[in-house]
Design a protein around this ligand. Structure first.
Ligand SMILES: O=c1ccn([C@@H]2O[C@H](COP(=O)(O)O)[C@@H](O)[C@H]2O)c(=O)[nH]1
Length: 478
């Protein structure tokens, strides 16, 4: 503790904390990376606290960023595996929030430098539990004794600290580093601010300053009211009324089987996604029955045709041939690789028929080239053609415009991918972290032992994540 004070990691004065509270004491443990001896000592102390508490765990994770190098030191010295939690998911590559090797059900110990309300620890806990890990304990160097222990306890996390702020004051006073007046001022402050609550939202990234970027989150119902696009309006309304942001990707090769799934799973979804070109027995009768089932259970039909040719050709592919997609699919989608002509071709017939189109802004498959400037171009094309384009196929929110719907495939509970490049995220990751509106689930439901019960599970997981998001956003003032 004396060394921390020596290196200015403990300061006295007047400081505004992340929570907005004015504090006469401040810890800045970031500096310790410049002092290897101190880093070694801090890591050793944290490890000893873990051992004293008799915690058993499979893997450790440091709260980003300050505790990340501390966890790394412990991991290397004690030969304990660790994970890295990202603060934000990448928009390319694997898009994971948690990096490293782990199995669902593994127990993770959280490592942190300083705890005030416990908010940062809880954010890391959330990312870990989203990928199926179990968190029961957190070890911290300094507990500011301002309610963090209690806030964590409520969420089932035991906090183990190397030192509390009261003990730290005793040490510094005893060593003549601070006078009794300074210590008394801090103790008085602690007595008046000993129950700092976890904010009802994520703190702003810029450290608690009013955030200009973050907009108030609108509910599906409010977004329905804002939409002029008839299909987007209808879909948001269904999502609100059915309490479902689940789209079911019914990738089977038999029309009879597809219709059965549509009838069984229909009550729990807002959208049914098809690939009719894989059906071995497609017929007009199938179309009529699918439309009747969609009406019966109040869901929309999305043919995942992924048009990708010049305008004239896609127009013909949309209106003619065996499938005559424009006659029955409320929604279709298109790659933007041909340029805006693909949208103009489809919209010629799509707009008069009140159909909608999703642009493919990103894909869930490994190595996808739909990233960066390509994705930005998709957003621009959507904005310029919003009479027909109603949203995106993506892996995260691409625009703040509430009229556009973000739909994400590559969703599964517990799975990380398949042998052919598919990559999965959980419903909570997609909705809460990546802010997509609709989760598209295929094999997660199709291959389940009980597809109906599993669809209900996905419906619940997706909608709960949306409700958590609406409750937890907007910490900042707009
Ligand atoms: O980027 C994309 C675009 C479309 N898909 C389609 O979604 C489903 C996913 O099925 P799962 O069984 O849940 O993997 C499938 O129809 C794909 O063609 C996608 O996965 N990724």
């Amino acid at each position: 503790m004396l060394k921390l004070h020596e290196h200015d990691a403990v300061k006295f004065g007047s400081f505004t904390l992340k929570s907005g509270i004015e504090s006469p004491i401040y810890f800045d443990l970031r500096v310790i990376v410049s002092f290897p001896d101190l880093m070694r000592e801090v890591s050793a102390q944290l490890w000893q606290a873990t051992q004293r508490a008799g915690i058993s765990f499979d893997v450790m994770c440091g709260v980003p960023y300050t505790a990340l190098p501390i966890a790394t030191c412990i991991s290397v010295k004690e030969n304990v595996p660790m994970l890295i939690r990202r603060k934000e998911a990448k928009d390319y590559g694997t898009k994971k929030m948690i990096e490293g090797n782990f199995a669902k059900g593994d127990t993770c110990l959280i490592v942190e430098d300083v705890v005030t309300s416990g908010t940062s620890v809880l954010e890391t806990v959330q990312s870990l539990t989203n990928v199926g890990m179990v968190v029961k304990d957190a070890v911290v160097l300094l507990d500011r004794e301002q309610g963090g222990r209690q806030n964590l306890e409520v969420k089932g996390i035991n906090l183990h600290s190397v030192c509390g702020i009261s003990e730290l004051l005793d040490i510094l006073c005893g060593a003549g580093r601070i006078d009794s007046e300074t210590a008394a001022k801090v103790r008085q402050f602690l007595a008046s601010a000993n129950e700092v609550k976890v904010p009802q939202s994520k703190p702003c990234e810029d450290g608690g300053q009013p955030c200009k970027k973050q907009k108030k989150m609108l509910t599906y119902q409010q977004r329905a009211a804002l939409c002029t696009h008839p299909v987007a309006k209808r879909l948001f309304t269904i999502m609100h009324e059915k309490r479902s942001n689940l789209a079911f990707s019914v990738d089977v090769t038999s029309a009879t089987q597809l219709l059965q799934f549509a009838d069984d799973i229909g009550p729990y979804i807002c959208l049914l996604k098809t690939h009719v070109d894989i059906l071995e027995d497609f017929s007009q009768d199938f179309v009529t029955r699918l439309q009747a089932t969609a009406k019966k259970h109040n869901f929309l039909i999305f043919e995942d045709r992924k048009f990708a040719d010049i305008g004239q050709t896609v127009l013909k592919q949309y209106i003619s041939g065996l499938y005559r997609i424009c006659d029955w699919a409320h929604i279709v989608n298109a790659h933007i690789v041909p340029g805006p002509g693909v949208i103009h071709g489809l919209s010629k017939v799509g707009v008069p028929k009140e159909r909608g189109c999703l642009l493919i802004g990103q894909m869930s498959s490994q190595g996808s080239l739909a990233t960066g400037e390509y994705t930005t171009a998709a957003v621009k094309m959507a904005e310029e053609n919003s009479n027909f384009v109603m949203g995106f196929i993506c892996q995260g929110s691409l625009t703040d415009d509430p009229r556009f719907i973000h739909m994400a495939p590559g969703v599964q509970l517990g799975g990380s991918g398949d042998q052919l490049g598919q990559q999965y995220n959980s419903p909570a990751q997609m909705v809460t972290e990546k802010r997509v509106d609709v989760i598209i689930v295929g094999r997660g439901i199709l291959n389940a032992e009980d597809p109906v019960a599993t669809a209900k599970l996905y419906q619940h997981a997706g909608f709960e994540a949306y409700e958590n998001l609406s409750n937890n956003l907007c910490f900042c003032t707009i």
